[in-house]
Ligand binder design. Structure first.
Ligand code: GTP
Length: 606
């Protein structure tokens, strides 16, 4: 864990509270004088947790592999696997244990029954009517009720236990009852696919439950017990015990979460209030306004989870941290400038004073010269005149040097301020960046698109928007894995960025969908640009191991018209893109200006 550059840290246990970790991470960034980029932040964050930064990705990959290897025998199991995958894609780890448990339960229920139900029920009725059986019907009823109560909603287990019970009735065992029936035959061992299911359970526990119990010692202890039990589960009996304990555990967890949810809602209200007030009292400042609108965007995302509150806190801290750096640097620069100017003014008045007194002295010397009768008198006057002149020259030279120094210091201070402002602008845009690809996120897009629409409204220049969607991306994910899928998204953004103009705005709209805003670009020019982008993407395949994967995308282009809302513009491009997909993919379609975008000009990129 020695990745803290240049600092030897005394080992101390890592903090558990995510807020503490975030706070410590920001402190370390400042101490190590590292720019607060997402990468640096993630690295320091994981250093503090003493977990390698890429471990989460590695485990996620393992989870996928386990998932793919699982047999999806019944339609309902397959449906569960699909849901499992979707939730994993969305990062909803907290629901994974429940899905994994449902899968396990269904898997057990799907295993073959000890006896066909028909035959078993026939046996049961037959034994029920046997009269010479010494314990009588009351006893049989009690045994049957116990079995039904215990296994009523677990068909496979019910079948096996009933079958044992009926066998015991048949052999007229003295003290046969439900419990004996269970122990009469050894429970079947868990099947071969159990190793996979166990791994799946462990991983979903790690992601789904562990982060939610860290702040609750009692729950964390119960969680550890359950985690240990997973690796010790050997047969159906263990599994049933485990599932009962797990249900109780989920119940307690749910209670805690209810409390946390209301806390989170209260916290959100307080934060909203705080942000509104900061926005009202602070002087207009584009950095701060950007940050505040980004934070307000995060706040309005429903539902608010503890994770998102943590994220909010971290973003707010970055704002405060950056604001602090800028403020103290600006204060320092302003003080330096102030004292430079003070010295300059002092010097100026000194020059003026010495020039004034020099003039007076010159007049005096002129009078003395006109009245002098002897050479020796004149010699004195000339000596005095020279002294005065030298004094003035010295003063002037000093002033010139000082002025030159002042000017270069002022230039340095100006440069520093410009650099700081640029760093701040970069930090501001990071809040509006998609973490994976570095393109703008939806917040960033909303702000830029609004600006471009206002600009187009003002100057009457054309404005076009294109919606791009990678083709067959699911297949790529399925064939090469999610991590290669992520690389493909980054590759697309890098390729597009190389081609577009600095004024064009590229944003990730969601999943594998991207929006390109092209100011001062008419429809046909935009279509040509998009086709050029398609050709560039085809020319530079993505390298995945030894394979080179050619990617394509479909796109819809819409032109903004006066009075059109941003959502309408996106919607038109989206519908044109959808039709481009229907028309065979890898092409770009233009939404018609005057009618709904069902009538389209097609410009095939092939
Ligand atoms: N690797 C990766 N996959 C993602 C990400 N976001 C969404 N996906 C996946 O993108 C895929 C999108 O699939 P679909 O909507 O069916 O689209 P498609 O396969 O490209 O099909 P067409 O659009 O019709 O060509 C899903 O499998 C998602 O899991 C991401 O950030 N990374």
């Amino acid at each position: 864990m020695a990745r803290t550059k240049g600092l030897s840290r005394v080992w101390s246990p890592p903090p558990h509270n995510p807020t503490e970790v975030a706070r410590e991470a920001l402190k370390q960034l400042a101490l190590q004088k590292l720019a607060p980029t997402p990468d640096n932040y993630a690295r320091v964050y994981h250093d503090i947790l003493q977990v390698p930064a890429n471990q989460e990705l590695k485990l996620a990959g393992e989870l996928y592999r386990s998932l793919e290897a699982l047999p999806g025998q019944t339609p309902s199991q397959q449906a569960l696997l699909t849901r499992f995958r979707q939730e994993t894609d969305k990062g909803h780890w907290e629901v994974l244990p429940t899905i994994a448990i449902d899968y396990v339960t269904q898997s057990r229920n799907a295993t073959s029954l000890a006896e066909p139900w028909g035959a078993l029920l026939q046996q049961l009725i037959k034994q029920w009517d046997v009269e010479h059986w010494d314990r009588g019907q009351l006893h049989r009823r009690a045994s049957l009720e116990r079995v039904l109560l215990a296994f009523g909603n677990q068909p496979a287990e019910l079948n096996r236990t009933l079958s044992n019970l009926v066998k015991q009735w048949a052999t007229q065992s003295d003290d046969s009852n439900g419990d004996d029936a269970r122990s009469a035959a050894p429970p079947p061992p868990l099947g071969a696919d159990w190793q996979l299911v166990r791994r799946l359970l462990q991983l979903s526990f790690k992601y789904g439950i562990e982060p939610r119990v860290q702040l609750h010692p009692a729950l964390a202890e119960a969680y550890q017990v359950l985690l240990t039990e997973i690796s010790e589960l050997g047969d159906d009996l263990d599994l049933n015990n485990f599932l009962t304990q797990l249900r109780n555990f989920f119940f307690s967890l749910e209670l805690h979460n209810k409390g946390e949810e209301s806390l989170a809602v209260a916290l959100r209200d307080v934060l909203s209030l705080l942000l509104e007030n900061i926005a009202e009292f602070y002087r207009p400042d584009s950095y701060l306004t950007d940050q505040i609108s980004a934070l307000q965007g995060l706040l309005s995302d429903e539902p608010l989870t503890l994770d998102s509150v943590g994220q909010l806190e971290a973003s707010l801290k970055e704002v405060i941290y950056q604001q602090g750096i800028l403020k103290s640097s600006l204060d320092k620069a302003a003080n330096e400038l102030r004292s430079l100017l003070d010295r300059f003014i002092d010097r100026l008045s000194l020059i003026t004073e010495s020039a004034d007194s020099f003039q007076e002295k010159l007049t005096q010397h002129r009078q003395q010269i006109s009245q002098a009768s002897e050479m020796s008198e004149l010699t004195h006057i000339v000596a005095a005149l020279m002294d005065d002149t030298t004094g003035l020259q010295l003063n002037l030279a000093e002033s010139r040097d000082e002025l030159t120094a002042t000017r270069s210091q002022m230039q340095e201070a100006e440069l520093r301020i410009t650099e700081l402002e640029a760093a701040l602008a970069a930090a501001s845009s990071r809040v509006q960046e998609d973490q994976l690809t570095g393109a703008f996120n939806r917040d960033g897009l909303a702000e830029r698109l609004e600006q471009e629409i206002l600009r187009a409204e003002r100057n009457g220049q054309p404005l076009c928007l294109a919606l791009l969607d990678l083709d067959d991306f699911k297949k790529l994910n399925d064939n090469y894995g999610h991590l290669v899928g992520d690389e493909a998204l980054k590759h697309l953004v890098d390729t597009l960025r190389r081609e577009i103009r600095p004024a064009d705005v590229l944003a990730r709209f969601g999943g594998e969908e991207f929006v390109l805003v092209l100011p001062n670009s008419a429809e046909h020019e935009t279509l040509r640009t998009i086709q050029k982008l398609q050709q560039s993407l085809a020319r530079v395949p993505l390298t995945a191991g030894s394979e080179r994967l050619v990617m394509t995308f479909s796109a819809g282009v819409a032109r903004w018209q006066s009075g059109m809302l941003d959502v309408e513009l996106i919607d038109r491009a989206d519908r044109a893109m959808y039709l481009a997909k229907l028309a065979g993919k890898n092409r770009v379609l233009l939404a018609d200006d005057d009618s709904p975008p069902t009538v389209l000009d097609e410009v095939s990129s092939r």
